[in-house]
Design a binder for this molecule. Structure first.
Ligand code: HEC
Ligand code: HEC
Length: 327
């Protein structure tokens, strides 16, 4: 009898502790299994991240490393379904040596979402919830306010005398993000004043921009459509690295040097006796080979800036500037 009771007590203890052991163990090593999360939507949640943050360099026009992240098929070339750690794209966004986008890590929630999507099988899912009713026009890139929308609004709507801060005709001011929001309903282009006027019949008096300005291009209208449709967010896009044409000191290199070097190589007792204040200064250092050696962090040179590497793009621009003969 006594034995039986002891046995009962032991088995109760075992039953309570063992599962706890497994629970903590599995949490520690694997996290919550991906299939216990709601399915991630490729179309509305994942594709925009790639188009937004990668396609400027890995797209149809530029395809660094031979990768095109502007569509599902292209993205899948860098994905191993079910295994984020083996997926090139996931390795790249979590890399400590060659981070993507260069020097501009995605926020943690986006990285997690991509991980989850891969672990769930990296399917080309579309979702009809949240107002994402599949009406996103084909071929329309995810639009970012700063890169895609603001330039359109500034050049076509905030043109002085119309909807700028000083004039704001009919109460509309398109010179800032916050004020632009007054002219639209996030998620709903068709009920947004901004979208309605740019797509109104050209003979109607609502049509914008009014004569003699020219109508917006189809691409501009599509950008505004998809931007509103996806919530009219104030998102920043990674901008493409400009390595086309002539790289000049004033246009490309100066901003990098001013931002990352002048604090130590300025006018007051410049570090290492190296002054990098003017184009002439920088050119003189470049001619010794030290400038490129330092920013490329080659052995035999002191890596510069000391604490972190410049982006691939910044380095490439400096290299081209030197190669092209210091314009
Ligand atoms: C500003 C331009 C730029 C952006 C934005 C960018 N990349 Fe890259 N990416 C590059 C360049 C340049 C290379 C080639 C680097 C090299 O070979 O040294 C590269 C290479 C890669 C590679 C191949 C790495 C390898 O070891 O083969 C992957 C994968 C990658 N990028 C993923 C991404 C992802 C994912 C994003 C978006 C989250 C992204 N990149 C955004 C410029 C960019
Ligand atoms: C935090 C301060 C600091 C910053 C920022 C910094 N440097 Fe330096 N730099 C130094 C010091 C200190 C030395 C001299 C000691 C050494 O060589 O390590 C030096 C040396 C150098 C040298 C000589 C390297 C050699 O091998 O002889 C070059 C070239 C140089 N810096 C370029 C740059 C450039 C270009 C930038 C910006 C992209 C930059 N530095 C940013 C502190 C800095």
């Amino acid at each position: 009898m006594k034995f039986k009771r002891l046995g009962f007590v032991f088995s109760m203890v075992g039953l309570t502790i063992l599962p706890l052991f497994f629970l903590f163990n599995s949490c520690k090593h694997e996290g919550i299994p991906a299939d216990q999360f709601p399915e991630v939507c490729f179309q509305s949640e994942i594709l925009p991240i790639f188009q937004n943050s990668c396609a400027s360099c890995h797209g149809e026009n530029r395809n660094e490393a031979g990768l095109d992240f502007s569509n599902y098929a292209g993205i899948m070339k860098a994905i191993t379904p079910g295994d984020a750690n083996k997926s090139k794209a996931y390795q790249a966004i979590t890399s400590t040596s060659q981070l993507m986008p260069p020097d501009n890590a995605l926020p943690a929630d986006k990285r997690t979402l991509i991980r989850l999507w891969i672990e769930q099988g990296a399917k080309e899912t579309t979702c009809d919830t949240n107002g994402n009713s599949g009406t996103v026009k084909s071929g329309t890139l995810w639009s970012c306010y700063d890169r895609d929308i603001q330039p359109i609004l500034m050049s076509s709507c905030a043109a002085s005398g119309c909807h700028d801060a000083a004039t704001h005709k009919e109460g509309y001011d398109f010179s800032t993000y916050t004020k632009t929001l007054n002219a639209l309903k996030a998620g709903s282009p068709s009920t947004s004043k901004l979208y309605r006027v740019i797509t109104a019949s050209q003979t109607s008096e609502d049509f914008m921009p009014p004569k003699p300005y020219s109508p917006l291009s189809k691409a501009a209208i599509d950008s505004i459509y998809s931007w509103i449709k996806r919530g009219a967010l104030n998102e920043e896009c990674a901008s493409p690295c400009d390595t086309t044409g002539t790289i000049t000191y004033a246009g490309h290199v100066k901003s990098t040097i001013d931002l990352y070097c002048v604090s130590c190589h300025g006018i007051n007792s410049p570090s290492g006796g190296i002054r990098l204040l003017t184009a002439t200064d920088v050119q003189a250092v470049a001619k010794t080979g030290k400038l490129l050696g330092a920013v490329k962090r080659l052995s035999g040179y002191s890596a510069m800036p000391p604490a972190y590497a410049l982006s691939t793009c910044d380095v490439k621009q400096i290299e081209l500037w030197i190669k092209q003969g210091y314009n």
